[in-house]
Each structure stands twice: as C-alpha cells, then as structure tokens.
Design a protein around this ligand. Sequence first.
Ligand SMILES: NC(=O)c1ccc[n+]([C@@H]2O[C@H](COP(=O)([O-])OP(=O)(O)OC[C@H]3O[C@@H](n4cnc5c(N)ncnc54)[C@H](OP(=O)(O)O)[C@@H]3O)[C@@H](O)[C@H]2O)c1
Length: 262
Amino acid sequence: MSKKPAVLVTGASTGIGAVYAERFARRGHDLVLVARNAERLDALATRLRSETGVDVSVVPADLTNERDLAGIAQRLREDSRIGVLINNAGTSIPRGFLQQKADDISKLIALNVTAVTRLAHAAAARFAETGEGAIINVASVVGLAPEMSATVYGATKAFVLFLSQGLNVELSAKGVYVQAVLPAATRTEIWDHAGVDVNTLAGVMEVDDLVDAALVGFGRRELVTIPPLPDVAQWASFDAARQAMLPNFAQSQPATRYRSAA
Ligand SMILES: NC(=O)c1ccc[n+]([C@@H]2O[C@H](COP(=O)([O-])OP(=O)(O)OC[C@H]3O[C@@H](n4cnc5c(N)ncnc54)[C@H](OP(=O)(O)O)[C@@H]3O)[C@@H](O)[C@H]2O)c1
C-alpha cells in the first residue's frame, strides 16, 4: 500500500489549523506543523504522535519574516513526502481602516496574502511536476462582504479566493487539486486579535464542526467550500452571474452609457 502524503499545516498551533492537523493525523498522514509558538506546536506534536503514531515535524516560523517564509517554501519545494499544503495561517487586526496603523496593515497583508501566495507557489511547482497534490487555502466569507467593514482583512480573503480559483484554472489539468475554504465566524483566538468578544456574536460555529465540514468538501473535491451556507445554489448563481459577464468584456468601444458626458 502506498504511503499517504504528508500534510504541511500553517498556523497549526491553535484554532482551525490545529484541528486540521489532528484530523489528518487521525487519517494516518504524517505532518509538518508551522506557526510561531514552538511550545504549542511541540505540545500538539507530542500528543498527536502518541495518539496516532504518525510522524510529526515542528518548524517554528514567522511567515511575515522573509527568511522564515523562504525556509518553509524551500521545504515545500524539496520534501517530496509533502503532498498537501494547508495554507491556514492568517490573522485580523482591530478597528476600521482610518484607525489602523500602516505597519499593522503591511503585516496583515504579508501573512494573509504574501505568505499564502509564496507557499502555494512553492508547493504548486512540485505538485504540477509530479501530477498530484492538494492545496487548501483558508479564505473567509468576509472576502465576499465589504459590508462587514473589515476592509483590509476582507480584501486579503477576497485575494485568497481569487488565488484559489485562478490556481484551479491553471493547475487542475496538471493533477493539482485546489480548495478555497470560506468559514464565517468560528470560535477561535482570532477574535481576540480582532478586538471582538466572540461571545457577543450570533451564529458562531465551533472549530471542530467547521473543519469537519471543510473536509467533506475536500473529499468531494469542491473548489469553493462555504461550511455555513445553507443553500449552495446561492453560491452557484453568484458565480454564474460573474461568468456571464466575461464574454462581454471584449469590446472595442466603451459601453453606450459612457459615450456622453451627461
Ligand atoms: N475564526 C474565524 O472566525 C475565521 C473566519 C474566517 C476565516 N478564518 C481564517 O482561518 C484561518 C485560521 O484562523 P483561526 O481562526 O484558527 O485563528 P487563530 O486561532 O488566531 O490561529 C491563527 C494561527 O495562525 C498562526 N499565525 C499567526 N500569525 C502568524 C505568523 N506571523 N507566522 C506564522 N503563523 C502565524 C497562529 O500561531 P502563532 O501565534 O503560534 O504564530 C495560529 O496557529 C485564518 O486564515 C483566518 O483568517 C477564521
């Protein structure tokens, strides 16, 4: 029997990433766990080794740090045992756009956009060459909802959704499966970083339920998985409306409504 691919999980020290790590360990996959907090990663690795018998490597890294990011990218390029990348590490910052600090915005983009893209790029190169592999990108429903006023966070998550859709177009024929997972409010520490008391919110999903649902979508090879959305036809019609516009973009003249100043 061929060995199951190892899974590299970013943001594995807590929250959604830690549950993904546990679920894949229970399915018999070796793991590479990445986050900044080495103590937490070690504790999870020790527990999962003893409970499941899988091999677990711990690689502490700050993915906003270029050297650390390059190291994880290199591991993805060179370690042929890794067949699944879970691009999960991400954060949020408090307050509205006008109150946010420029440095915090840059760090948010470095983690939620740059690191996700660079790690997908490193994994995709090898996966496409071997004709197999999977990339799970954790986005958010906030990326579909500018009305939620988490503007930069939402923009980073809209990027992750688009990145996943584009990678699917480029890579699916090469045997690489890409999934975008769009959670809504889920009970994790991210809410502390966003400066929001999660207990004040309605409709918060427990993290185990979120990951188990996302893994059902993974098993079905869905491109976009939105665990809390009751009626998947709503997503399908939204996506169909977008696709219906595409043939209309190739025009040598501006649309009639722009041909007069009035
Ligand atoms: N919870 C929600 O309501 C929700 C909703 C939609 C989408 N999401 C998305 O789900 C993903 C996971 O979030 P979560 O809710 O599980 O949040 P979380 O509990 O705050 O966990 C975030 C993880 O990312 C790691 N991380 C943060 N900064 C990092 C850095 N600079 N370098 C490396 N790792 C870093 C953290 O570990 P260290 O601190 O040890 O580095 C932690 O393991 C994120 O992409 C988030 O945007 C969450």
